[in-house]
Design a binder for this molecule. Structure first.
Ligand code: ADP
Ligand code: ZN
Ligand code: ZN
Length: 810
């Protein structure tokens, strides 16, 4: 027979024909993992995946043969998942092998760690029958002596290759055990400093009267999370060492991982009855699930409308019908609450997957799902590939979140892949959000998804009132804080209520924002903020390449008070410390959440009311309920608009709605204050009236006119190289080739232009962006150009990256 397979290291789009020896014929099927040995003396044997089987025929010329079978031939990829991988390969313009790679945990993609050991006692009992051949006897002889070997070592000892099938049969006969070995890696640690146990503040202050830096460190330790890392928060290692010598601080080691930790365990809340709205939505979904056919839904439910319990109820019926389910969340470590609610309901039947798992844990979780020991997989985007069979429902929570798009090859979108998987599996797919992505909402309006709505909060609390603080007119108490917001904070603290402050710095990429007049220089052709390039003193549009000279002052009011890169949270924290001396301020950003469980610990401290101000980046906006928060303040909302990305308004709108959702309950209404410069910007108007629909329609009209998604498709192609000239020349050639090949009216070619982040890790980046009305027009050609350019500029280490439906345009 002939097997058609995809082989590692053979980056070809079509499956490779290979001879399947007679002895293997009944042992493999599509999805089986095998060893493929190409024709010719010096070609290396590699792992391959069988796509299809066919009878021998004259027209197919095998290019090698299958020489061994892994996993006893049991498919490692289910049939629907195989089709999903091939869809990904076609849609995202990657090789099928790369797409298949995304489906499997790392240990399955190598035979390096395969171990074999004797199965112990059963040897005598069953021995006589199975140990028939001399090969098997020899294997048992070696294993009896050496106990545990890699399959490779065993092959070397015997001077034989391709033992998997034999070992598989011996395993089935209870003679040996096959497994994977894992290096146990020691947890990574980092040195940190804390205050010694017995230390009183006054003593320390007097001691340090002559050393202001040391005093600052001590104050930070007293007020913050109690831990300082050297060279962070403006404190040097030498300062902390000085303090240690004086017996004020001590050194200790902190484990660093971002593991999902249940440190944020929640009291079990049992919900007695669904609201009428929840019930109606749930009925729709249950009906669709009972039909066991593909049914995509968009659940548009405001924050606090109780979406989670609806998901849980849906999953209960899916499991009761003997089917399985997948739940996607944007990032587990940031939303410990969602994961813990699902665990509470499903216990052992749910397998949580997260990025900080070791490869052994990931492999075990995969096995658990593959063998049906768990029936729900919950995790971030790659969980969509969970090896479950008979899937009844797929839920994508916070479907608008940008974390669903993978930023390395294959650059798939977890949400879109979820919809496709549900289609292949005949499952219900629920995309849930308070601020749906424009893509999904457009699909819902067009009838591709069914729109379900939860327009009210569960407890019928009003959505918090949003107010705009015009920074140009308001008196400022500190550089970042207006008098209005300051007075609001003060009032809440006096009432012993809690405050969340957000400094949005999402994706800041070198655009210019004038702190005097609020001006953001924008490309007249693309409507996108321009980016500052120090070399050449230019402002440049990185979509179309349009450039203006720039002289470090605002083009509109000539002020030199320009907001650049500073994160701000640290500075704002110290401003707040001066204004509210008695208050403990929790700061949550990348600096303070790098250690294991730090994020959950900060949330816990805030929930337990050990602090009344939580200040941070967008992390503070993510899903948690704090009943005593009555005020949310956004320090500089305009930063969100200065991002050079056509989705800037959409992202700002959804972030603001999300953070606003943190404030207020029925008993204690909340308020949200947005400090802003460009108060005329339409996005604020829609935020104030709280209407997602109106915002959508207004913004959609602009997108339609300028030809941006979801009314056109984008594909960006980046050329990067350590050699700037090579990157630019290649991008130029790319633009030229595309212009020649695609000169049709269904496509616009933007660029080439330097990327907004012009250089990352020593690689210079230039890009071309395609706007397509008909996606198919370009795709086959693009891959050819990709290979051609990578080959032509190989000596310049050129990489050509194709990003289909790019989410990040920088
Ligand atoms: P969303 O995800 O839509 O923002 P959640 O699912 O987090 O909302 O629910 C918000 C809060 O309402 C949670 O504390 C939840 O326990 C509570 N809740 C949800 N449904 C009900 C209900 N039917 N009755 C009482 N409380 C509910
Ligand atoms: Zn200005
Ligand atoms: Zn432009």
């Amino acid at each position: 027979m002939i097997a058609f397979l995809y082989a590692q290291g053979h980056l070809r789009d079509e499956p490779i024909p290979a001879t399947l020896p007679l002895e293997f014929e009944n042992e493999v099927e599509p999805g089986s993992q095998v060893i493929f040995t190409p024709e010719g003396r010096h070609r290396k044997s590699v792992i391959a995946y069988i796509a299809d089987l066919a009878q021998d025929n004259e027209s197919t010329q095998p290019e090698g043969s299958i020489t061994d079978i892994l996993n006893n031939g049991t498919p490692v990829i289910t049939r629907p998942n195989f089709r999903l991988a091939l869809w990904m390969a076609r849609y995202y313009l990657v090789h099928p092998v790369e797409a298949i790679g995304a489906l499997l945990p790392a240990p399955l993609k190598t035979t390096m760690q395969d171990m074999v050991e004797p199965e112990g006692f059963r040897l005598q009992v069953q021995g006589s029958k199975v140990v028939a051949t001399s090969l098997r006897k020899a294997i048992l002889g070696i294993l009896a002596r050496e106990q545990r070997l890699t399959v490779r070592q065993l092959e070397r000892r015997l001077g034989k290759k391709n033992l998997y099938r034999t070992l598989g049969a011996m395993q089935a006969g209870g003679l040996v055990r096959l497994g994977k070995s894992f290096q146990t890696t020691k947890a990574k640690t980092r040195t940190a400093y804390r205050l010694c146990q017995h230390l009183d503040e006054e003593n320390a202050s007097s001691l340090l009267a002559t050393a202001p830096k040391q005093l600052e460190a001590v104050m930070l330790l007293l007020k913050g999370s109690g831990v300082l890392f050297p060279d962070e928060q403006g404190i040097r290692r030498s300062t902390l060492e000085e303090l240690r010598k004086k017996g004020i601080t001590e050194k200790f080691a902190v484990e660093i991982t971002t593991a999902f930790s249940n440190q944020f365990s929640e009291p079990h809340i049992s919900i007695r009855q669904l609201t009428v709205e929840q019930q109606a939505v749930l009925e729709e979904m249950k009906k669709a699930a009972a039909a066991q056919t593909f049914a995509p839904f968009l659940l548009h439910g405001v924050t606090g409308s109780g979406k989670t319990i609806v998901y849980i109820e849906l999953l209960k019926t899916v499991l009761a019908a003997g089917r399985t389910a997948i739940v996607l969340v944007p990032e587990i470590s940031l939303t410990p609450q969602t994961a813990s609610r699902f665990s509470q309901h499903f216990g052992d039947r749910i397998q949580i997957l997260h990025s900080a798992m070791s490869s052994q844990e990931k492999y075990q979780a995969w096995q658990k799902l593959r063998t049906g020991k768990a029936s729900i997989a919950l995790g971030a985007r790659s969980t969509i590939f969970a090896p479950l069979e008979n899937i009844g429902a797929i839920i994508v929570d916070e479907e608008h979140d940008t974390a669903y798009k993978q930023d390395r090859t294959p650059r798939y979108h977890g949400r879109d892949t979820a919809v496709m998987r549900a289609k292949l599996e005949g499952a219900v797919c629920v995309l849930g959000s308070a601020t749906p992505s424009f893509e999904s909402y457009t699909n819902a309006l067009g009838g591709k998804y069914r729109l379900l709505q939860l327009p009210n909060r569960v407890d019928h609390a009003a959505m918090p009132a949003l107010k705009l603080v015009p920074m140009l007119e308001n008196r400022r108490i500190t550089p970042s804080l207006s008098e209005t917001l300051y007075l609001q904070i003060k009032a809440r603290l006096e009432k012993k209520e809690q405050v969340i402050l957000l400094q949005n710095r999402r994706g800041y990429a070198g655009s210019i924002l004038c702190q005097e007049c609020g001006h953001i220089p924008t490309c007249p052709h693309c409507g996108i903020p321009m980016v500052y390039h120090a070399a050449g003193a230019l402002l440049r549009c990185h979509y179309c390449g349009y450039a203006l000279s720039y002289t470090n002052s605002c083009p509109k009011c000539h002020s030199e008070n320009i907001f650049y890169r500073q994160s701000g949270t640290q500075r704002i924290a110290s401003e707040l410390a001066t204004l509210f001396p008695g208050e403990k301020i929790l700061r949550m950003d990348v600096d303070t959440t790098g250690t294991k469980g730090a994020h959950a610990m900060l949330l816990k401290e805030f929930r337990d009311r050990n602090a009344s101000i939580l200040l941070g980046t967008q992390m503070v906006a993510k899903g948690l309920d704090f009943p005593d928060v009555t005020l949310v303040g956004v320090l500089m909302a305009d930063i969100g608009l200065s991002v050079p990305d056509f989705r800037a308004s959409e992202r700002l709108f959804s972030l603001m709605m999300q953070v606003a959702g943190r404030a207020g309950r029925a008993s204690k209404p909340g308020e949200v204050y947005l400090q802003a410069y460009d108060i005329e910007s339409p996005v604020y108007r829609f935020l104030l009236n709280g209407s997602y629909e109106e915002f959508y329609h207004s913004e959609a009209a602009i997108r339609k006119e300028l030809g941006y998604p979801p009314f056109a498709r984008l594909i960006s192609i980046e050329c990067s190289s350590p050699d700037e000239d090579a990157a630019a020349t290649a991008a130029h050639e790319l633009g030229k080739l595309l212009n020649e090949a695609l000169s049709c009216d269904s496509c616009t070619i933007l660029g080439p232009a330097p990327a907004a982040l012009a250089c990352i890790n020593g690689r210079y980046r230039h890009q071309v962006v395609l706007k397509l009305r008909d996606r198919l027009a370009a795709t086959t050609y693009l891959k050819k150009v990709q290979y051609y350019l990578a080959g032509r500029y190989a000596q310049n280490d050129l990489r050509v990256i194709i990003d289909v439906d790019p989410q990040n345009m920088m």
